[in-house]
Design a protein around this ligand. Structure first.
Ligand code: ZN
Length: 419
């Protein structure tokens, strides 16, 4: 994406300032680089990426770029492995995040007359509090339940007549299934769902949409860059608008690291434009997407990235074929009578890699025929044959946070590589 004048001015100033900040993160990172010569987009694209490993190495407060007095809060990324990443925020950062999040709600057509039920977690994680800040900035009534306690979620939802549900896709599915089971659909007032923080398939989206009778919006963001709220899908469901007055987004080729033209797929690399506490330059998220060229039908002027396909570190290679979990979502979404849930185990059996795919199939169906149908599609779409194992609907695990669906057991029986 071509940088506009404001972005170029902010970025070139930021690069110089951070590289010259004594003892700062970028002073070390850019050692040997003449930052005074970074004056164009082309120069900027030569700068090395900031990586998650860099951020971990800066633990605990190595990223802090302002004085102690200015920091009002920290958040931490939910890294399941290794050292966490700590991100300090100034008061302005917190407010800027709220402004962006409120803009997300507005893009979804949510107003100060709405009642927003918040189910993502609070604490070090950026989720719950981000959803809340934005809702308060918008002036809506916030119902901050946090995660779990489905019983209470459902009673509050009815009694307070929540009109918006915010959740991870996994938990939205849990709630949708529970509402369906109890026949509560007519007793709830939900109109919209703002769903974030994990990649999900079309089938799951349709299930939540239809069961709850709501319009769904995908929210984008990551703890390293404010948190959720830097972008959201609109009514037209054609990618996510992102706030290019707060972040500059590039898409790069994962192999070469070169910026690709708009429309082409690659890794999302983000530069913060006005962040104070922990500004990041060319942070490689490893999320795979593309810039969608052209204007959106909704009339919103903000640029768009496409739905996240996966992460380069989610990619797995079986028998020489590169695969993303999204491809399995896509195949399952085309088969009638199977749910959105699956579990894929990759194992090494008798010297060969094998994939075992458990899928939920409705009781009334011929399991064998469904399994064959899935296998045919996998072969033609992904180029892989799997051992498809149909199981009853509802029997695979659902989680309130991120549901793990792919387990690679090829390297060690004890330590499953969770993808
Ligand atoms: Zn739009």
């Amino acid at each position: 994406m071509k940088m506009n004048e404001r972005q170029l001015a902010l970025i070139t100033e930021e690069v110089k300032r951070l590289a010259k900040l004594p003892g700062g993160f970028y002073e070390k990172k850019y050692e040997g680089i003449d930052v005074d010569k970074v004056t164009s987009q082309e120069d900027f694209e030569q700068l090395p990426f900031t990586t998650k490993a860099d951020l971990r190495n800066a633990y605990p407060l190595g990223l802090q770029a302002v004085s102690e007095e200015e920091v009002v809060r920290i958040h931490s990324s939910s890294g399941t492995t290794g050292t966490p990443v700590i991100i300090p925020y100034t008061a302005k950062d917190v407010d800027d995040w709220a402004i962006q999040f409120a803009r997300c709600y507005e893009t979804a057509g949510i107003t100060n007359k709405d009642r927003i039920q918040i189910t993502p977690g609070y604490g070090l994680w950026t989720a719950g509090i981000g959803f809340q800040l934005g809702a308060e900035k918008l002036g809506a009534m916030t119902i901050p339940l946090g995660p779990g306690n489905t019983e209470k979620q459902l009673s509050m939802m009815q009694d307070l007549k929540s009109t918006v549900i915010t959740a991870t896709s996994s938990y939205a599915l849990v709630l949708a299934e529970e509402i369906e089971k109890r026949g509560l659909k007519d007793k709830i007032c939900l109109k919209k769902g703002v769903i974030g923080s994990e990649r999900w398939g079309e089938k799951m989206r349709q299930k939540i949409k239809n069961t709850l009778g709501i319009q769904i919006y995908d929210i984008y963001g990551l703890t390293e860059i404010y948190g959720p709220g830097i972008g959201i899908s609109c009514d037209y469901e054609c990618g996510m608008h992102y706030w290019d007055d707060f972040v500059y987004i590039e898409i790069v080729d994962p192999e070469t690291g070169k910026t690709v033209p708009d429309g082409e797929q690659g890794e999302i690399v983000i530069t913060t434009l006005v962040k104070e506490g922990a500004p990041l330059i060319r942070y490689n998220t490893h999320d795979i997407s593309r810039i969608i060229p052209g204007k959106c039908k909704c009339g919103c002027e903000y640029p768009r990235i496409d739905t996240i396909v996966g992460r380069t570190d989610d990619m797995f290679k079986v028998k020489g074929v590169n695969m993303f979990p999204k491809q399995i979502d896509d195949v399952l979404s085309e088969v009638d009578g199977v749910s959105s849930e699956y579990q894929l185990i990759i194992d090494h059996v008798n010297g060969r890699d094998e994939c075992f795919l458990s899928v939920e199939v409705e009781d009334a169906l011929d399991y064998r025929a469904v399994a064959e149908q899935i296998n045919d599609k996998l072969k033609s779409r992904v180029g892989l044959k799997m051992k498809v194992n149909p199981v009853p609907t509802g029997s695979l695990p659902r989680s309130e946070k991120k549901t793990k669906r792919v387990f690679d057991r090829r390297f060690s029986q004890e330590e499953w590589k969770e993808v």
